[in-house]
Design a protein around this ligand. Structure first.
Ligand code: ATP
Ligand code: MG
Length: 441
C-alpha cells in the first residue's frame, strides 16, 4: 500500500521509540479501493504523553481526552495520531462517557463502526484485519463490527455514516446491518443537526445515493418527515411513469454530484402531495407545487442548519424548476437578470435532470434545453448585458443630464429593459438618444 513518505516518517519515529504504529481506518479502506484518502490517521500503542514526547514541538494536544495528538508532518500538514483505545459505556447514543487506553491494536479496531473501517497497516505492509474488512470491501458489503443493534444504539450517527459509505463506495448493506439501521432509526433524534447535515450531503453526492435512499426513506423521515408523503405517491399524469419519490431520486441521480443540485432535485417536488388535485378525467395536477416545495424545503434546510447562502440557492432553483424559459434571446437575458449566470446554468442542469426522470416520451425536451444553453453561451460570449453594470451608460452620465434621486435609478433600469428586450443596442450614443425622448426628456 502506498503511504505518503511524510506519514511513513511519523510511523518510523514511533517505532524507533519502541511503540507500535499503524495507519488505520478510512485511509486503509480508501487506499485498498484506489481512492485518494482524505487524510491518513495513525493509531499507536504510545500513550498521548508518550506521543507528545516523541514529536516534541511538532505535536499539538488537540484531543488528549480521546487520546489524539496532532503531529505536524514535514509538509506542515497535521496528522492525527491516536492511542489505541477502548470506549466506555455510551449513555446518550452519541459518545462514550469515557475512553480507556489499551496496548492492543485489536481492541482498538473492535470499537470502530464498520468492518471496512476497522483495518490497519504498518510500515512493513503487515495487515491487521480481525473482522475481515478486506473481504467485505471486495464483496462490496457494508457490515457493522459486532452486533449492529448495539453499535447503532451506542452512536446513532453510525446509521447515517453507514448509508453514506454505502452511497459513496457503492456498497450493499449486509442483511443484519440493514435491518438494524431501520430498527434504531429513531435514535437519530438525539444527534446534532449539524452532524446529520454533513453526512447527508456526502450521502447525496454518492454514486449509489438513489438506491440507498430508495431503501431507507423512513430513516430520512426521522428528521425530515416531509419526505414521507412522496413515497409511493401516484402522480396520475402521462408525463410521469414514477411515483413522486422515485421521480425525485431519479432526478437527483441525473444531476452532477454537486450538493446544490442534489438537494434541489431531491426536494423540487416535495410540494406535490399537498397540492394534488384530480380533474374530471382522473388526471393528476399539482398547481402551485413549486411554491409549496420552496416553503417545505426552506424549513427542512433550516432545521438541519445549512448556511443561509446554500439554502437560498437551493430554494431559488426549486422555485424556478417548473417555469418555462422560452428559447429566445430576450427570455434568456431576463432569466440571467433574475438569476445570474451560475444559478441559471444550475437551473438548466436541474431542468435536464427533472426531464430525464419523466416518462421517456417527453425526453425530447433535452434538445430544447441544449438550445437554451447555446443561446446563453452566445449571449455571454458576444454581448453580455443583463445587469446595470454591463450597461454602456452609467449613473454619472445621467447626473450630467440632470437626473437625480429615484428618477435616475428608474431611467437606468428602463434603459436596461430596452437592451434586454433587444429594442436598443447597448451603445452609449443610442442609449443617451433614448433619454432625450419622452418619458425621460
Ligand atoms: P472519511 O474521512 O472518508 O469521511 P473515515 O472512515 O475516515 O471517512 P472519519 O470520521 O475520518 O471517517 O473517522 C476515521 C475512522 O474512525 C473511521 O474509519 C472509523 O474507523 C472510526 N470512526 C469514525 N467515526 C466513528 C463512529 N461514529 N463510530 C465508530 N468508529 C468511528
Ligand atoms: Mg477520515
Amino acid at each position: 500500500m502506498d503511504m505518503p513518505e511524510s506519514v511513513k516518517k511519523i510511523l518510523t519515529a514511533l517505532e524507533t521509540a519502541g511503540y507500535e504504529a499503524w495507519c488505520v481506518g478510512g485511509c486503509v479502506r480508501d487506499a485498498l479501493l484506489n481512492r485518494a484518502p482524505e487524510d491518513w490517521d495513525v493509531t499507536t500503542s504510545a500513550l498521548p504523553e508518550e506521543t507528545m514526547a516523541v514529536f516534541g514541538e511538532r505535536a499539538l494536544p488537540t484531543g488528549l481526552k480521546h487520546g489524539t495528538v496532532s503531529v505536524r508532518d514535514e509538509n506542515g500538514k497535521l496528522v492525527e495520531v491516536t492511542t489505541y483505545r477502548v470506549d466506555g459505556a455510551y449513555l446518550d447514543h452519541r459518545r462514550p462517557e469515557s475512553v480507556t487506553f489499551t496496548r492492543s491494536i485489536d481492541e482498538d479496531l473492535a470499537r470502530r463502526d464498520f468492518t471496512i473501517n476497522a483495518m490497519a497497516v504498518n510500515l512493513r505492509g503487515e495487515f491487521r484485519d480481525p473482522f475481515n474488512g478486506r473481504d467485505d470491501l471486495q464483496k462490496k458489503v457494508l457490515r457493522c463490527v459486532g452486533d449492529p443493534d448495539k453499535r447503532f444504539q451506542e452512536d446513532a450517527l453510525r446509521i447515517l455514516r453507514g448509508m453514506r459509505f454505502a452511497a459513496v463506495l457503492d456498497l450493499e448493506e449486509d442483511h443484519d446491518t440493514d435491518a438494524a439501521m431501520d430498527r434504531n432509526r429513531d435514535l437519530l433524534k438525539e444527534i446534532a443537526p449539524e452532524r446529520i447535515q454533513v453526512e447527508l450531503t456526502k450521502l447525496l453526492c454518492g454514486t449509489n445515493a438513489g438506491w440507498v435512499l430508495e431503501n431507507h426513506p423512513t430513516i430520512l423521515g426521522v428528521f425530515w418527515p416531509e419526505i414521507l408523503p412522496m413515497v409511493g405517491f401516484d402522480q396520475r399524469n402521462h408525463h410521469h411513469c414514477y411515483d413522486v419519490w422515485q421521480h425525485s431520486l431519479k432526478a437527483m441521480m441525473s444531476t452532477p454530484a454537486t450538493p446544490e443540485l442534489r438537494y434541489a432535485a431531491l426536494l423540487h417536488d416535495i410540494g406535490k402531495p399537498p397540492t394534488f388535485t384530480q380533474d374530471a378525467n382522473g388526471v393528476g395536477h399539482f398547481y402551485g407545487h413549486a411554491n409549496v416545495s420552496v416553503e417545505l424545503a426552506d424549513a427542512m434546510l433550516q432545521r438541519l442548519k445549512y448556511p443561509t447562502a446554500f439554502r437560498e440557492r437551493v430554494t431559488r432553483l426549486i422555485a424556478w424548476h417548473d417555469r418555462s424559459i422560452p428559447r429566445t434571446d430576450k427570455s434568456i437575458r431576463r432569466a440571467l437578470q433574475a438569476l445570474g449566470e451560475q444559478d441559471l446554468r444550475l437551473l438548466l442542469t436541474l431542468k435536464r435532470a427533472d426531464n430525464l426522470a419523466q416518462a421517456p416520451a417527453y425526453h425530447t425536451r433535452q434538445q430544447e434545453l441544449t438550445e437554451a444553453e447555446q443561446i446563453l453561451t452566445t449571449i455571454l460570449t458576444t454581448a453580455p448585458c443583463f445587469t446595470l453594470k454591463h450597461l454602456a451608460v452609467t449613473g454619472h452620465d445621467l447626473l450630467h443630464l440632470g437626473y437625480t434621486g429615484p428618477a435616475l435609478g428608474q431611467a437606468l433600469n428602463h434603459l436596461l429593459d430596452l437592451v434586454i428586450d433587444g429594442e436598443v443596442p447597448n451603445e452609449r450614443g443610442a442609449l443617451l438618444a433614448c433619454l432625450r425622448r419622452p418619458p425621460f426628456s
